[in-house]
Design a protein around this ligand. Structure first.
Ligand SMILES: Nc1nc2c(c(=O)[nH]1)N[C@H]1C(S)=C(S)[C@@H](COP(=O)(O)O)O[C@H]1N2
Ligand SMILES: [Mo]
Length: 334
């Protein structure tokens, strides 16, 4: 990190804040905290929420067993593990990128059950033992592109969502799949306090079209970097859809429902003009407030002089998924 560099306001990205002490950044800018509206400044409220509560550290992730199918071991530069699990979006634990790692230890991830129901012939509820017994885990190296225009490359461990859905036998009426994060306001400060949680509706919900959910690239992740997911990454199981913006990757899932109609999704409800249902990564369709043509890749380097790279259509997975969207106007269906 170049500590001597004179910062400008344009340099103040979430990464800047992540890598430097906040007061240091503010000092370099010659500003008081009040002059900047940085979500991280909500941190103080989180600390007071935890006062008198336990703020236990997350348990160390257990090593997982998995295969490494050659076609999914992309030769890409990985984002280091400490960034994958230290720079997160999980608004249930606060808005700052460092908040989930600091606070998500309060989430009880065991025992855990996930319920699959709705338009299925065989509704089923599974615990994590059932999941690990029934589904062979694979490591898959995927690009991940957040709608905020930063990106990572992450070695997930997981299994294809289609296997889980097939177990429940979707009926001929099923056209969409709805997902729900756990609702546990006593463990998640952002669910209890609208300010800490960024004003979103909770529980966080997401959805896919059935064909997207059944696509072989669509994973349920149970681990990262060879170990069980830490809570800040969405333990014990979360969705990973590599050709879509990161917010589709709903964390800490307790409920999966096959539906006839398109289900509501949290970010779309929060700001329908900015976040659509599809959320396919697309460098040609800008966010109303910023360009999506390029992205800041979060690698091993210091984050002030972080590398910008072009964003790829469908995040580089066009060959595999473009056929899902034939005849769909991607600008209208953003
Ligand atoms: N329940 C829940 N899931 C969530 C979020 C969240 O705030 N709550 N944030 C989303 C966003 S915006 C992104 S970019 C990814 C980040 O995943 P990561 O922290 O594991 O990289 O999680 C997604 N899943
Ligand atoms: Mo995101």
């Amino acid at each position: 990190m170049k500590d001597n560099k004179k910062l400008t306001e344009n340099d103040v990205t979430p990464e800047t804040i992540f890598n430097m002490q906040r007061r240091e950044v503010l000092k370099k800018l010659g500003l008081s905290a009040a002059a900047l509206s940085i979500p991280g400044l909500a941190q103080a409220d989180i600390l007071s929420w935890f006062k008198g509560n336990d703020r236990p550290a997350a348990p160390a992730g257990r090593a997982l067993q998995f295969s490494e199918p050659a076609q999914y071991q992309a030769k890409l530069t990985l984002t280091p593990a400490d960034k994958v699990s230290g720079y997160n979006n999980f608004y249930e634990f606060g808005l700052d990128k460092a908040d989930p790692a600091a606070n998500a230890g309060s989430l009880k991830t065991s025992p855990w059950q996930v319920e699959i129901g709705g338009e299925v012939a065989k509704p089923i509820t599974l615990d994590m033992d059932d999941i690990f017994k029934r589904f062979a885990m694979e490591q898959r190296i995927y690009r991940m592109r957040c709608v905020e225009a930063w990106s990572m490359v992450i070695p997930w461990v997981g299994f294809e969502l289609s296997k889980l859905l097939n177990l429940a036998e979707p009926t001929s009426h099923a056209r969409f799949v709805a997902f729900q994060t756990v609702y546990a306001p006593d463990q998640m400060p952002g669910q209890k306090d609208r300010f800490i949680g960024g004003g979103l509706n909770y529980p966080y919900v997401e959805g896919l079209r059935l064909d997207e959910a059944m696509h072989p690239l669509t994973l349920i992740s149970t681990g990262v970097y060879g170990k069980a997911l830490p809570p800040q990454n969405g333990a014990p199981l979360r969705l990973t859809v590599p050709w879509k913006y990161g917010f589709k990757g709903i964390k800490s899932i307790v409920k999966i429902t096959l539906t006839r109609d398109q289900p509501p999704t949290t970010w779309n409800q929060g700001a329908p003009d900015e976040y659509g249902f599809y959320a396919n990564v697309n460098p040609h369709v800008d966010h109303p407030r910023w360009s999506q043509a390029t992205e800041r890749f979060i690698g091993s380097g210091g984050l002030l002089n972080v590398q910008r790279q072009p964003t790829l259509l469908f995040n580089g997975y066009a060959e595999q998924v473009a056929s899902l969207y034939h005849g769909l106007d991607l600008r209208e269906n953003f």
